[in-house]
Design a protein around this ligand. Structure first.
Ligand code: OAD
Length: 251
């Protein structure tokens, strides 16, 4: 922990990359945790591709609306607040997340890049015309729910998340890659490092001289790129890291 704090203290620019594990302690399931992970309970081919949406729009739309309700009911845990505190302790901090739950923004983190989109934004499937989130139905359970239709082209409305086989948002991705190559320290929190291209970021940072710090209770694909591994849950590790950083500053 002290080594991680030292690396952060010496950094002018810090990049924090987060994955589903960051939201686990706020009650939002990850994707690949053996039993509780979404992909252990649901088939991504049936729910997270454009083809699946076109095949069965009500099933897919209902599932994302259900996840949106879960997320709305969730409270950001102390790890989220620690990242807001860290923002004040280093000259520049940017969060690049694979998560679509919006919790970083909700807790007040200022610079957040959402690589995989957001459950809070919608557009139509044919032309991606934006659609107002407050006009989207909210079914109670994980049940089929007919998506609204785009008033401009009539095609079904989908959540603005990145589905398998789809490109990541261009501007956000370019900014994330630039930041990974220009940061002095990178915190990698709660990702298995199995999904490309986001999984490249820690390696880009490492190859351009940054110190890579992993926060995860389990070893991952990213562990090989990490100089420092803080083995534990984000909700405990991140506040401890901020405490070590502030302690170090006062001694
Ligand atoms: P995964 O579910 O693949 O990995 C979650 C990681 O979080 C694992 O390495 C866990 O060990 C770790 N973890 C679990 N609890 C934790 C805790 N309390 N604190 C810290 N870490 C914890 O999720 P991602 O790597 O985010 O993409 O998955 C990447 C992408 O795959 C997602 O964005 C989504 C999914 O398919 C798309 O849908 C495009």
């Amino acid at each position: 922990m002290r080594a991680a704090a030292r690396a952060l203290r010496g950094a002018r620019r810090v990049l924090v990359a987060t994955g589903a594990g960051m939201s686990r302690e706020s009650g939002i399931p990850t994707f690949r945790d053996a039993l509780t992970g979404l992909w252990a309970r649901y088939d991504p081919e049936e729910l997270a591709t454009e083809a699946a949406f076109r095949r069965n729009p009500a099933r897919v739309f209902g599932w994302y609306a259900w996840r949106r309700r879960l997320v709305r009911a969730a409270e950001p845990h102390p790890g989220y607040h620690a990242l807001v505190a860290l923002e004040r302790l280093v000259p520049e901090l940017v969060i690049v997340t694979q998560n679509v739950d919006g919790l970083h923004r909700r807790v007040g983190s200022r610079r957040v890049l959402e690589l995989h989109g957001s459950l809070e934004r919608f557009s139509c499937v044919d032309a991606r015309h934006p659609f107002p989130a407050d006009a989207v139905p909210e079914p109670a359970a994980d049940a089929a729910c007919e998506p609204p239709r785009c008033p401009r082209c009539g095609s079904a409305v989908r959540p603005d998340v990145v589905w398998f086989g789809e490109m990541l948002p261009e501007r956000v991705t370019a900014e994330a890659w630039d930041l990974a190559a220009a940061c002095q320290a990178m915190l990698v929190v709660g990702t298995s490092g199995l999904v490309q291209p986001a999984a490249q970021l820690p390696y880009i940072a490492r190859d351009t001289g940054a110190t890579v710090i992993e926060v995860n209770p389990d070893p991952t694909e990213v562990s090989a790129a990490a100089h420092i591994v803080c083995s534990g849950p984000a909700g405990a590790m991140l506040p401890a890291l901020v405490a070590a950083l502030t302690e170090g500053e006062s001694t």
